[in-house]
Design a protein around this ligand. Structure first.
Ligand SMILES: C[S@@+](CC[C@H](N)C(=O)[O-])C[C@H]1O[C@@H](n2cnc3c(N)ncnc32)[C@H](O)[C@@H]1O
Ligand SMILES: Nc1nc2[nH]cc(C(=O)O)c2c(=O)[nH]1
Ligand code: SF4
Ligand SMILES: [Mg+2]
Length: 229
């Protein structure tokens, strides 16, 4: 049955590009970026999505294919989001819901609407909020440990993850991740990847070395090397 609730999702931007991170790297994808995140990672790529200011609310047409990142957002229903993707003639069938922190919102209605229209869904989440999405959603958890917002990574998120993509810059981060894997073990089938923070050469060197030692994957934010969105 269709979820009868008409959730309003705060959309920061919608764009079509190539997935640059994790297991689906290289796959053409439509990105839906939601506004709002309280986790506070100091090196966050998308700090313009942290706050949801009422006075920055705009129409949906203004957040589709933004010329530059901004903190404007539009409140949109699942049906209107699907209609917008179809109207824009996007060819990608892989949809990535990111943010901001998408797990702050109940994504079930949006997931159902997208799947009914032939899209395959992936979400990118920090693992600090309960994940409410469809059973078929590919869940990428990028755990955030000891961040200023004080949020904890949830064991249920680690269990649900199809992919764990951990951002690293120094050995301390690896040690913290090892502790997390012990306390909150992922499913045996979960793919584990390390993602160097902000393309820093030392972070990349460390991530490569640990991936080889542990037989984990490397995820390098390909879109930044290609200078695409
Ligand atoms: C911007 S976050 C949004 C989704 C969610 N809040 C999260 O953290 O997963 C999307 C992805 O970008 C990663 N990320 C953000 N800033 C980064 C940076 N400077 N270097 C490497 N990865 C970064 C996050 O770890 C996450 O995997
Ligand atoms: N190309 C591209 N790939 C991405 N993978 C995850 C992203 C994100 O911001 O969540 C992202 C992004 O912003 N662009
Ligand atoms: S959890 Fe994600 S969106 Fe929030 S600050 Fe960290 S990287 Fe940025
Ligand atoms: Mg990004």
């Amino acid at each position: 049955m269709e979820n009868p609730i008409n959730n309003i999702y705060p959309i920061n931007e919608i764009f079509q590009t190539i997935q640059g991170e994790g297991v689906f790297t290289g796959v053409p994808a439509i990105f839906i970026r939601l506004q709002g995140c309280p986790v506070g990672c100091p090196w966050c790529d998308t700090q313009h999505t942290w706050y949801q200011h009422q006075e920055r609310q705009v129409a949906l047409s203004e957040v589709v294919e933004k010329a530059a990142p901004s903190d404007t957002w539009a409140g949109v229903t699942a049906a209107s989001i699907v209609a917008e993707l179809q109207q824009r003639g996007y060819q990608a069938k892989h949809v990535v819901i990111t943010g901001g922190e998408p797990a702050m919102y109940d994504l079930r209605e949006l997931a159902t609407a997208l799947e009914h229209n032939g899209y395959q869904l992936q979400i990118e989440t920090s693992g600090t909020f309960a994940i409410q999405t469809s059973a078929d959603t590919w869940v990428t958890v990028s755990p955030k440990l000891n961040m200023p917002g004080g949020y904890l990574v949830r064991p249920d998120c680690m269990q649900r993850a199809n992919e764990i993509k951990y951002p690293v810059a120094m050995q301390k981060h690896i040690d913290e991740f090892d502790k997390l894997l012990q306390v909150c073990p992922p499913a045996a089938t979960a793919v584990i990847a390390l993602q160097p923070i902000s393309q820093r050469p030392r972070a990349t060197q460390l991530a490569m070395q640990v991936c080889i030692e542990r037989n984990w994957r490397l995820s390098v934010q390909m879109h930044k090397y290609l200078n695409i969105e």
